[in-house]
Ligand binder design. Structure first.
Ligand code: GLU
Length: 290
């Protein structure tokens, strides 16, 4: 068996804050403890929000914090053909369909059925509501109308049910003390999740499972805010024939009002803390790594 492989995968949409420091340090510390490798991946598929200056700042902040990682750093925006190929594979299996719904239509769907939201708060869509007859879809594509590709959850779950061993889906969650539990996954709560966005040839969910697999990541360490997404990631790994990593979802750092820190929360950005004189050692202490 090779060494365990860990990664930190920030999106360069803003400045790194204490929550990112916790995530990065969790991955690095677990990698050290298990004699593993540590990779850095820049998740910059969101071309409208990702900025080169944020990438530079991320690399600089992490180095200042004392992190080291293997080169080269994978930048997702340089690998769109790989995600296109994975989406094409799902398409060949008949598991995706084009969705032309606009933002306004999605917002209307959500306000009509607020109880049917996915874990991210987007409307849970089913093919019969949005899928068009093949000719209509082909005509719209030919006319250049932008479309997303959605996973047909009903069909995907049928694939899951029909495989040897039946329809149970779960993932392994490893605690900080090394105890591993199997957690039942409920991907259906995502509905027909977007696999390829309208504006870029991937979505977070597709890119993350493809890259974790091709980078040989064995341990995915990330915040509890992505716990529900793991259900969908396990399903995609199964459909794409990708290996299953172990997961460790760490606690989130919240602000004074109990909300998760966001990239716009300037006061907890590593740069802001550093400007007021905080040292890397203090950042480690603030994130519980003392
Ligand atoms: N890029 C994601 C983020 O910054 C994290 C993805 C992951 O760790 O799976 O929230």
């Amino acid at each position: 068996m090779g060494k365990p492989v860990f990664r930190f995968a920030p999106s360069p949409n803003g400045e790194l804050h204490l929550g990112h420091a916790l995530s990065a340090l969790t991955g690095l510390e677990m990698a050290r403890r298990l004699g593993g490798r540590f990779l850095l991946r820049i998740e910059d598929i969101d071309l409208a929000r990702a900025r080169p200056e944020h990438v530079e700042a991320i690399l600089e902040d992490l180095a200042w914090l004392g992190l080291t990682w293997e080169e080269p750093v994978l930048r997702q925006s340089e690998h769109f053909p790989v995600y296109r190929e994975a989406a094409a594979r799902l398409d060949r299996l008949g598991l995706v369909y084009p969705c032309f719904m606009t933002r306004a239509e999605l917002a209307a769907a959500l306000s009509a059925r607020p109880q049917a939201a996915d874990p991210d708060g987007a409307p849970r869509i089913a093919r019969h509501e949005t899928g068009l007859a093949p000719q209509e879809a082909a005509a719209r594509m030919a006319s250049g109308q932008p479309f997303a590709l959605r996973l047909d959850m009903t069909r995907a779950l049928a694939v899951l049910r029909d495989r040897p061993g039946g329809g149970e889906l779960s993932f392994a969650e490893i605690d900080a003390d090394g105890t591993t539990r199997r957690i039942a996954a409920r991907p259906a709560r995502w509905g027909d999740a977007v696999i390829v966005r309208k504006d870029v040839p991937a979505s977070y969910h597709l890119a993350v499972v493809v890259d974790d697999a091709r980078q040989g990541v064995t341990h995915v360490t990330r915040g509890l805010d992505l716990y529900a997404a793991t259900d969908l990631h396990r399903l995609l790994q199964l459909l794409l024939g990708l290996p299953e990593p172990v997961y460790h979802h760490h606690r989130l750092i919240t602000d004074a009002s109990g909300r998760k820190l966001s990239k716009s929360a300037r006061d907890t950005s590593l740069r802001a803390l550093r400007a007021t004189g905080a040292t890397p050692r203090e950042i480690r202490r603030l994130t519980g790594f003392g």
